[in-house]
Design a protein around this ligand. Structure first.
Ligand code: ZN
Ligand code: ZN
Ligand code: FE
Length: 751
């Protein structure tokens, strides 16, 4: 009997076909295996019992990087197949659900070979195998074959060719396989050093306190010694990044934190407590933060940077490894971009001639109760789809948010989230978004029927959606920002019932044309209703009010007191700004110039951070809130009972006690606790009326894990079922998923 077996999932570029080949030979089955682009198709000839065992073995023994979603087995009767052996058939193409593998960090075996002087890939910066290496970032088209990747420019040498075709080799059928003789080459851009010399030069620069740009998997990094205070300070100046924490790359696992083992194939930046680190780094790497972003080397080149056998001794154990871009612009991926954007920031550029076809920033992950809590989902995770079992079969492109943009393509029940794109206030990023949309559409073979975007009338994301809708001749569905946040949280948890959605966020355009951001909504995929929100305050000063927390502090104080001179006095006492600025802000407020009503929880955090003297002006998004959390984490967690019936009352209490000279750290903690209590009390009120017992927490404010913990603990103690994010970010990097889900639902009901 001939059986046809189809295997769906991540089965491409992970050594799946050779695995099947070995398995078939073990079971003495004749037949064939082929890559169909969207699945792997097997024909085998044998008894039902043996084929059954064969299928179980596929499931149980699959290669480490494979993710099997489904195995479909049928008796094949279409025509007689007379197999004389088992064969791997070259890739053919069929459409269907396409699973593109994310890039995979270097595996242990390749790592060993890299430093084995007797191995022919000794010190080869591009060593890889079927278990590891670049995938998404070098792919042009599916199916995944060398000719459709940026490795097509590097024909295999005889030895590599042999391994590629040798069933017993762990490089059998590995598309990017190469060696010192046939692989790409590293070199110093616009310099004379090549190969080993270029790596040695990079090491020397780092060792001597310089800054080097290095081409990684998904783009360039800027690297320097993380223990050298002056160098870090210099990088901050050159990158115009006065205080935002930098991530570091560790030479070895100098931490006691075990989370790194869980993510060894992705190797994201993981935020771990500084106390978990066993080596010294400069204090200006991540100021005002209890945690530090740490990643481990994930390409052979990074391993060589740390451990190249040359005459440099005492090479640093920790390097700053930060995105190679100018503030706000996309990560540089080509030599031209590196030359234009980075040459003034660094002492040299270490590049190579394997093209990056799709940009992928490092993923950034926090942890919450020993589970991942994603901040930026990109390299190593994108474009793995999120499976939403209740969604509709509509192809959607969701453009995502204006800041921290990612987009989403969906088909069937699968939602493919793009790598991180960035802030669309930058024109280069806008271009990058459009390019990436088209590349992923091609790679995943999705032609959207609908384009979803934010409700905001003048966002770049909205304009891009309109432009693409004209180009693809599709309609647009606009989805309210906080509704999208809550849906993304529901989708990630595969929850399809009504929830109380708590969206605490920076800024989102409300359906009443005011600024929302502290919302309590009742939501499901059919729609949402805004039930409650934090006390509205006046947000004056336009765009400046979202980075200058002192402005919101004065606005709220004026809202409370209603008296110009009193407000002035308090503002001066608290050093919120100099006199002329205070007067200017009060002038706006008194005359209702450039004023909007706001329920932004993010701006409330900024205001509290300002009155506590922690941050008047943010140099990066979230700085004020980060400092508030940092201070709150330094106190005993017991506090006075305060009136939490509204956020205005909480603010007033904190303000009065600050003016009385109480301890700032205690006040920072009390604010967190009061806000958590306020959230829970509001949820209880909503539950009493609407009988909904599930609460979904989303929005950028919930990146604050202290607020998250206090809120979840209290909600659970009151019997609520709590949904929170894990692998989809709570910030705007996650809203494309919610937008896509809303649009597919709306479109399907219209059909
Ligand atoms: Zn490997
Ligand atoms: Zn070779
Ligand atoms: Fe948001």
């Amino acid at each position: 009997m001939v059986y046809n077996v189809k295997i769906f999932g991540i089965v491409q570029g992970v050594g799946f076909r050779p695995f099947i080949d070995r398995l078939a030979k073990r079971f003495k089955l004749n037949g064939s295996v082929a890559n169909r682009g969207s699945y792997v198709e097997i024909f085998v000839e044998g008894s039902s019992a043996i084929v059954e065992d064969f299928c179980s073995a596929i499931k149980n023994e699959a290669p480490p990087r494979a993710i099997i979603i489904d195995i479909v087995k049928n008796i094949f009767t279409a025509f007689d197949k007379n197999f004389v052996d088992f064969k791997i058939i070259e890739s053919e193409h069929e459409s269907g659900d396409i699973f593109v593998s994310p890039d995979i960090a270097i595996c242990d075996k390749c790592q060993t070979e890299l430093f084995d002087i007797n191995n022919r890939r000794y010190l080869h910066p591009f060593i890889n195998c079927t278990d590891c290496g670049p995938r998404l970032t070098i792919m042009k088209k599916m199916p995944y074959d060398r000719e459709r990747t940026s490795m097509k420019n590097f024909p295999m040498c005889d030895k590599c060719h042999e391994e590629y075709h040798d069933l017993k080799s762990r490089r059998y059928d590995a598309q990017p396989v190469c060696c010192n003789d046939c692989g790409p080459e590293v070199f110093i851009l616009d310099g004379k050093e090549k190969g080993a010399d270029s790596i040695k030069k990079a090491r020397r620069i780092i060792k001597n306190g310089g800054i080097i740009a290095i081409k990684g998997i998904g783009g360039f990094h800027l690297a320097c010694d993380a223990a050298n205070f002056e160098t870090v300070e210099n990088l901050r100046k050159l990158k115009h990044r006065p205080s935002k924490p930098f991530a570091i790359m560790l030479r070895k696992n100098f931490t006691t934190n075990e989370i790194f083992n869980k993510f060894e194939t992705q190797k994201p930046i993981i935020l771990i407590p500084k106390s978990d680190l066993n080596i010294e780094i400069a204090e200006n790497v991540a100021p005002n933060n209890n945690k530090l972003g740490v990643m481990l080397p994930y390409t052979p080149l990074y391993l060589l940077i740390f451990d190249y056998p040359d005459d440099i001794s005492d090479f640093p154990n920790a390097l700053i490894m930060t995105s190679g871009n100018i503030s706000g612009a996309p990560l540089a991926t080509t030599d031209d971009e590196a030359r234009n954007d980075l040459s003034k920031i660094c002492d040299a550029i270490l590049t190579h001639n394997r093209d990056i076809l799709i940009r992928a920033d490092d993923s950034v992950m926090d942890t919450f109760e020993n589970e991942p809590y994603m901040i930026r989902r990109s390299r190593g995770f994108a474009p793995l789809p999120i499976h939403v079992n209740y969604s509709k079969n509509i192809s959607v492109l969701a453009i995502g948010g204006e800041l921290k943009n990612t987009f989403c393509l969906s088909k069937n029940n699968l939602f493919y989230l793009s790598p991180y794109i960035g802030d669309l206030t930058n024109l280069q990023t806008v271009e990058a978004l459009k390019n990436s949309v088209k590349r992923l559409m091609e790679l995943l073979e999705i032609n959207p029927k609908v384009i979803a975007c934010d409700l905001h009338p003048v966002y770049h994301s909205t304009q891009i959606a309109e432009e693409l809708a004209r180009e693809f001749n599709t309609k647009i569905i606009k989805v309210q920002h906080h509704y999208a946040h809550i849906l993304s949280c529901m989708a990630e948890n595969n929850f399809n019932d009504k929830v109380i959605g708590v969206a605490f966020d920076g800024t989102g355009y409300g359906i009443d044309e005011t600024i929302w951001g502290g919302e309590f909504i009742i939501a499901d995929t059919n729609g949402f209703e805004r039930i409650d929100f934090i006390t509205p305050f006046t947000q004056a000063g336009g765009d400046k009010s979202s980075i200058e927390g002192w402005r919101n502090a004065i606005s709220i104080i004026f809202d409370i007191i209603g008296n110009v001179n009193e407000t002035k006095k308090i503002a001066a006492t608290l050093n919120l700004a100099d006199e002329s600025k205070i007067n200017g802000q009060l002038f706006l407020l008194q005359n209702n110039i450039n004023c909007v009503k706001s329920t932004s929880a993010g701006r409330l955090f900024d205001a509290v951070s300002a009155i506590l003297g922690l941050c008047n002006v943010s140099t990066f998004e979230g700085e004020a809130a980060m400092k508030l959390q940092y201070n709150a984490e330094h106190v005993e967690q017991n506090s006075l009972l305060i009136d939490t019936s509204s956020t205005l009352k909480i603010f007033k209490n904190i303000l009065q006690r600050r003016l009385n000279g109480e301890n700032v750290q205690q006040l920072a903690f009390d604010f967190h606790l009061a806000l958590a209590n306020y959230i829970v009390e509001t949820c209880k009120k909503i539950h009493d009326e609407h009988k909904i017992l599930t609460v979904a927490l989303s929005g950028g404010v919930f990146q604050n894990t202290l607020l998250l913990k206090l809120t979840i603990d209290k909600l659970q103690s009151h019997g609520f079922n709590v949904l929170r994010h894990k692998l989809v970010p709570p910030n705007d990097g996650g809203i494309c998923l919610g937008q896509a889900l809303a649009a597919s639902k709306i479109e399907s009901t219209l059909l």
